[in-house]
Design a protein around this ligand. Structure first.
Ligand code: CA2
Length: 146
């Protein structure tokens, strides 16, 4: 079973700044830990990061044709702003888990709104980068019930 991990804007900076909020792991560490969890559970994980909204939309659109079964996505700040990403995820009609490293609900009010959450199979917030492992687990558990 193929899964896709998508990270949005600025997540390429993980591990380089703001460690109090986002921890010390790099994006490569996060991608490795998520892929290892997928492999442990018998799945494959492709990874993608972009700072560009359209590139994220293109990747989501391509996922379905590639036979991806489900998506783990940290859309970063686009979570709070992007109707285009919401529409792409709705159009792909693939189950997805939304993940945030920080507890967005304990932060500024503008981070409390997500354009994705009501479409998501599940949402994981505030567990640090371990949330990526939990998201892979949760997504595979959801897929197993289908
Ligand atoms: O907590 C999360 O995972 C977020 O999706 C991260 C986004 C933020 O806009 C969301 O509200 C919550 C920001 C990602 C920025 O990542 C950085 C990492 C290191 C240094 C600077 C930025």
């Amino acid at each position: 079973m193929k899964l896709l991990l998508i990270n949005g804007p600025n997540l390429n900076l993980l591990g380089t700044r703001e460690p109090a909020t986002y921890g010390h792991s790099t994006l490569a560490d996060v991608e490795r830990l998520a892929a290892a969890e997928a492999a442990r559970l018998g799945a494959e994980l492709a990874v993608f990061q972009s700072n560009h909204e359209g590139a994220l939309v293109d990747r989501i659109q391509a996922a379905r044709a590639e036979g991806v079964a489900g998506i783990v996505i940290n859309a970063g700040a686009y979570t709070h702003t992007s109707v285009a990403l919401r529409d792409a995820l709705a159009g792909a009609a693939l189950p997805f888990v939304e993940i945030h490293i920080s507890n967005v609900h304990a932060r500024e009010a503008f981070r409390h709104r997500s354009h994705l959450s009501d479409l998501a199979a599940g949402v994981i917030v505030g567990f640090g980068v371990d949330g990526y492992r939990l998201a892979v687990q949760g997504l595979l558990a959801k897929l197993a019930t289908r």
